[in-house]
Design a protein around this ligand. Structure first.
Ligand code: HEC
Ligand code: HEC
Ligand code: HEC
Ligand code: HEC
Ligand code: HEC
Ligand code: HEC
Ligand code: HEC
Ligand code: HEC
Ligand code: HEC
Ligand code: HEC
Ligand code: HEC
Length: 487
C-alpha cells in the first residue's frame, strides 16, 4: 500500500514537472500547434532535451503565450538569424563555459574560436559572411549529439556533409578554380571509403584526417595533413592496437616508419622530399594519382631505379610470382640505408633468399660476380686513397690524383643504382670504369711517393758529397796553413 502511494505521488510530481517545462516554452507550444517543420524537427533536438526553448537561439519571451508578446524585439526576439549571426547565436552558449556548465555540460567551448582559424573562415563570395556556419555541418531544428547516427557529422554522414560543397564543381569554382572536387569520388575507391560506405564508422572519414572546426589548407604547416604531421594523423588510429583489433592488420607502421631512412628524413630533418604515409598510400584514393598500385609507388621518386628494374629480368619474374617490385628487397615501412651487404650470396644478402647454386643458379652466379666486382672496386679505391694520402702527408703535390679519385667514388655510387639492372655486363661496365680510374690514381700516387724518396735520397747524397767536399776543403786549408806556418 505504502509503496503504491509513494509511486502515485512520484508520478504526480513527474507529470507536474514535465507539464511545467512544456508550458514554459510557449513558443514551442504555439508553433507545434501551427505544425511547422521547425517545431517538428525540434522534437528530437538535443537542445530541447536540455530544456532549451526556441528562445534559446531566437530570443524573445518564451513564457508568453501571446505571439506579439513572445516575439517582441524588446524581449530580445531577433527573428531569423542570417550569415555570421547564426554562428554567433550558437557561440553565445557554446563559447561560454559558464553557460554550458549551467546546463550540466562539460563539452569543449572552443568551436567558434577554432572555426575562425580554419580555411572555412574565409569570406563567402558575397563578402558578408564566412563560408561555413555551425548549422552548415550540424543542421538546425533537430540537432543531435555528434555521436548519434542521425548527426550530419556522424562518421557515416560526414562525407555527404563535406561533399555538399567539395563535390560541387560550380560552387567550388567561385572560391578556387584550381581546387579539385574529386575527394569523395576517390575516397570511395580506398579501403577507408569502401568500409565507410558499408556502414563501418571506425575507419577514416573526412574529419578524422582533416579535423572538424580547425580545418586548414593542406599546405598550411599547422594542418593535420601537412607532410610532417601526416604520420601522427594516421597513427592516431593505425598505432592504436585496441581500436584496430577487429581488423587483424599490424599496428606497427608508424613505429617502423620512424626508424626508416624516410622517417628520419621527414620527421627529424623535416625534408618534405621524403615520403609521408600519403605519398605512398595516396590522400583519398587507394593509391597516389597516376600510380597503379602502392607497390609501384617508389618509382615516383626513385625513377632511375624503377626504370632499370622494369628493364631487368626480375620484372617478369616478379610479376609472374606476384611479388611486389621494390619491397621484396627493401621492405616498405622500415626501409634502411642500402649497402652492398644486400648483394651477393652470403646469408644476409637478399639475393640468397631466392638464388642458390641449385635454385635460379644464373642469378646466383651473377650475384656473386656483382658482389666481387664491388669488392674489387672498393679495394682498388681504398688502396688508391691510402697511397694518395701517404703522398700528401709527405708534402707531395697530388691534387689532380685526388680529384680523379672522385670518379672512382662516383662509379661506386652509380653501381648502387646500376645493381637494379640485374645484368652482369651493364654492371661490369659501370664498375670497371671505377676500377680503371682507381688504378690510374694509385699509379700517380705511387709516382709521387717514389719521387719523394728519390728526392730524399738525392738530397742525402748531395749533402754527403757537400759534407765530404767541406771536410776535404777543411783539411786542405789546414794543410795549406800548416805549410805556410812551416815556411
Ligand atoms: C501564439 C503563437 C506564437 C507564439 C507564442 C510564438 N510564435 Fe513565433 N510565429 C508564430 C506565427 C503564426 C509565425 C508566422 C507569422 C509571421 O511570420 O509573423 C511565427 C513566426 C516565427 C518566426 C519566423 C519569423 C520570420 O521573420 O520569418 C520565428 C523565428 C519565431 N516565430 C520564433 C518564435 C519564438 C522564439 C517564440 C517564443 C519566444 C515564438 N515564436 C512564439 C506564432 C507564435
Ligand atoms: C539551436 C538554435 C535554434 C533553436 C533552439 C531554434 N532555432 Fe529556429 N532557427 C535557428 C537558425 C540558426 C535559423 C536560421 C536557419 C537558416 O538560415 O537556414 C532558424 C530559423 C527558424 C525559422 C525560419 C525558417 C525559415 O525557413 O525561414 C523559424 C520559423 C524558426 N527558426 C522557428 C523556431 C522554432 C519554432 C523553434 C523552437 C521549436 C526554433 N526555431 C528553435 C536556430 C534555432
Ligand atoms: C542556449 C544555449 C545554447 C545555444 C544558443 C546553442 N546550444 Fe548547442 N548545446 C547546448 C547545450 C547545453 C548542449 C548539450 C551539451 C551536452 O550534452 O553536454 C548543446 C549541444 C549541442 C550539440 C551536440 C554536442 C554533442 O554532444 O555532440 C551540437 C552539435 C550543438 N549543440 C550545436 C549547436 C548549434 C549549431 C547552435 C546554433 C544554431 C547551438 N548549438 C546553439 C547549448 C546551446
Ligand atoms: C565544417 C563542419 C563543421 C562546422 C562549420 C562546425 N562543426 Fe561542430 N563539429 C563538426 C564535426 C565533424 C564534429 C565531430 C567531432 C570531431 O570530429 O571533432 C563536430 C563536433 C561539435 C561538437 C561536439 C563537441 C566537440 O567539440 O567535438 C559541438 C558542440 C560542435 N561541433 C559545435 C559547433 C559549433 C558551435 C559550431 C559553430 C561555431 C560548429 N560546431 C561548426 C563539424 C563542424
Ligand atoms: C559550405 C561549403 C563547405 C563545406 C560544408 C565544407 N567545405 Fe571545405 N572548403 C570550402 C571552401 C569554399 C574552401 C576554400 C577553397 C579555397 O578558397 O581554397 C574549403 C577548403 C577546405 C580545405 C582546404 C583545402 C586546401 O588544401 O586548400 C579542406 C581540407 C576542407 N575544406 C575540408 C572540408 C571538410 C573535411 C569538410 C567537412 C567536415 C568541409 N571542408 C566542408 C567549402 C566547404
Ligand atoms: C586518410 C586521410 C584523409 C581522408 C579520409 C580525407 N582526406 Fe582530404 N586530404 C588528405 C591529405 C593527406 C591531403 C593532401 C595533403 C597534401 O596535398 O599534401 C588532402 C587534401 C584535401 C583537400 C585539398 C585538395 C586536394 O584534393 O588535394 C581537400 C579539399 C580535402 N582533402 C577534402 C577532403 C574531403 C571532403 C574528404 C572526405 C570525402 C577527405 N578530404 C578525406 C587526407 C585525407
Ligand atoms: C579514424 C581512424 C583512421 C585514420 C585516421 C586512418 N586510418 Fe587507415 N584505416 C583505418 C581502418 C579502421 C582501416 C581498415 C583496416 C582493414 O580492414 O584492413 C584502415 C585501412 C587502411 C589501409 C588499408 C589496409 C589494408 O587492409 O591493406 C591503409 C593503407 C591505410 N588505412 C592507410 C592510412 C593512412 C595513410 C592514413 C593517414 C593519411 C590513415 N590510414 C588514417 C583507420 C584509420
Ligand atoms: C615508402 C612508401 C610507404 C610509406 C612512407 C608508408 N607506407 Fe604503408 N605500405 C606501403 C606498402 C608498399 C605497403 C604494402 C601494400 C601492399 O602490398 O598492398 C604498405 C602497407 C600498409 C598498410 C597495410 C598493413 C600493413 O602493415 O601491411 C597500412 C595500414 C599502412 N601501410 C599504413 C601506413 C602508415 C600509417 C604510414 C605512415 C606512418 C605508412 N603506411 C607509410 C608503403 C608505404
Ligand atoms: C633484388 C633486390 C632489389 C630490388 C628488387 C630492388 N633493389 Fe634497390 N637495392 C638493392 C641493392 C642490393 C642495393 C644496394 C647496392 C649497393 O649498395 O651496392 C640497392 C640500393 C637501392 C637504393 C640506394 C642506391 C641509389 O640508387 O640511390 C635505392 C634508392 C633503391 N635501391 C631503390 C629501389 C627501388 C625504388 C626499387 C624498385 C624499383 C628497388 N630498389 C628494387 C636491391 C634491390
Ligand atoms: C616522395 C618520394 C619518395 C618515395 C615515394 C620513396 N622514396 Fe625512398 N627516398 C626518398 C628520399 C628523399 C630519400 C633520402 C632520404 C635521406 O635523406 O636519407 C630516400 C631514401 C631511400 C633509400 C635509401 C637510399 C640510400 O642511399 O641508402 C632507399 C633504399 C629507398 N629510399 C627506397 C624506397 C622504396 C623501396 C620506396 C617505395 C616502397 C621508396 N623509397 C619511396 C624519397 C622517396
Ligand atoms: C624474391 C626472389 C628473388 C630475389 C630476392 C632475387 N632474385 Fe634474381 N631472380 C629471381 C627469379 C625468380 C628470377 C628468374 C629466374 C628464372 O627465370 O630462371 C631471377 C633472375 C635473376 C637474374 C637473371 C638470370 C637469368 O636467367 O638471366 C639475375 C642476374 C638475378 N636474378 C640477379 C639477382 C641479384 C643480383 C639479386 C640480389 C640483389 C637477386 N637476383 C635477388 C628471384 C629473385
Amino acid at each position: 500500500m505504502k509503496t503504491l502511494r509513494m509511486l502515485a505521488a512520484l508520478i504526480t510530481i513527474i507529470v507536474a514537472l514535465s507539464g511545467r517545462a512544456l508550458s514554459e516554452d510557449q513558443c514551442l507550444t504555439c508553433h507545434a500547434g501551427l505544425g511547422d517543420k521547425e517545431s517538428q524537427g525540434y522534437a528530437h533536438d538535443i537542445h530541447k532535451a536540455k530544456g532549451i526553448s526556441c528562445a534559446g537561439c531566437h530570443g524573445g519571451n518564451a513564457q508568453a503565450d501571446d505571439m506579439d508578446k513572445g516575439m517582441d524585439k524588446a524581449a530580445g526576439f531577433m527573428g531569423v538569424p542570417h550569415g555570421d549571426d547564426i554562428s554567433k547565436a550558437c557561440a553565445s552558449c557554446h563559447s561560454s563555459p559558464e553557460k554550458m556548465k549551467s546546463f550540466g555540460s562539460n563539452l569543449p567551448t572552443n568551436q567558434w574560436e577554432m572555426l575562425q582559424t580554419s580555411v572555412h573562415a574565409k569570406l563567402s563570395t558575397n563578402g558578408n559572411e564566412h563560408i561555413a556556419q555551425c548549422i552548415t555541418c550540424h543542421g538546425v531544428h533537430g540537432i543531435v549529439s555528434v555521436k548519434d547516427p542521425r548527426s550530419p557529422v556522424y562518421p557515416l554522414n560526414v562525407v555527404k556533409t563535406c561533399a555538399q560543397c567539395h563535390s560541387n564543381a560550380s560552387f567550388m569554382r567561385d572560391y578556387n578554380p584550381a581546387m579539385p572536387v574529386d575527394q569523395v569520388e576517390k575516397y570511395r575507391t580506398s579501403v577507408h571509403g569502401t568500409l565507410n560506405a558499408k556502414g563501418d564508422p571506425k575507419t577514416a572519414e573526412c574529419a578524422s584526417c582533416h579535423g572538424s572546426h580547425d580545418i586548414r589548407a593542406a599546405k598550411d604547416a599547422k594542418s593535420r595533413v601537412y607532410g610532417v604531421n601526416i604520420p601522427a594523423t594516421c597513427s592516431g588510429c593505425h598505432s592504436d592496437a585496441e581500436r584496430m583489433k577487429e581488423y587483424k592488420i599490424p599496428t606497427d607502421q608508424f613505429a617502423k616508419f620512424s626508424r626508416s631512412v624516410h622517417g628520419a628524413a621527414l620527421l627529424q630533418k623535416h625534408d618534405l622530399g621524403a615520403p609521408a604515409c600519403n605519398d605512398c598510400h595516396g590522400n583519398h584514393g587507394a593509391a597516389p594519382p597516376g600510380v597503379e598500385s602502392v607497390s609501384k609507388v617508389c618509382g615516383t621518386c626513385h625513377a632511375l631505379n624503377a626504370d632499370l628494374f622494369s628493364a631487368s629480368p626480375h620484372k617478369k619474374a616478379f610479376d609472374d610470382r606476384k611479388l611486389p617490385e621494390c619491397e621484396t628487397c627493401h621492405g616498405n615501412h622500415e626501409i634502411v640505408a642500402a649497402t652492398d651487404k644486400l648483394l651477393g650470396v652470403s646469408n644476409d644478402a637478399v639475393c640468397s633468399k631466392c638464388h642458390r647454386p641449385d635454385e635460379n643458379p644464373k642469378g646466383y652466379a651473377v650475384a656473386k660476380t656483382m658482389k666481387s666486382l664491388i669488392d674489387s672496386l672498393e679495394t682498388a679505391s681504398d688502396t688508391a686513397a691510402s697511397i694518395v694520402n701517404d703522398a700528401e702527408q709527405k708534402g707531395m703535390e697530388v691534387s689532380e690524383a685526388r680529384f680523379k679519385l672522385r670518379d672512382a667514388h662516383q662509379a661506386r655510387l652509380q653501381s648502387r643504382t646500376a645493381v637494379h639492372s640485374f645484368d652482369e655486363q651493364k654492371f661490369r661496365d659501370v664498375v670497371s670504369g671505377g676500377i680503371a680510374v682507381a688504378a690510374v690514381v694509385a699509379k700517380e700516387g705511387k709516382t709521387a711517393v717514389d719521387e719523394y724518396y728519390f728526392r730524399r735520397w738525392g738530397l742525402g747524397i748531395a749533402t754527403l758529397i757537400i759534407s765530404l767536399v767541406l771536410v776535404s776543403l777543411y783539411f786542405t786549408i789546414r794543410r795549406i796553413e800548416r805549410r805556410q806556418a812551416e815556411k
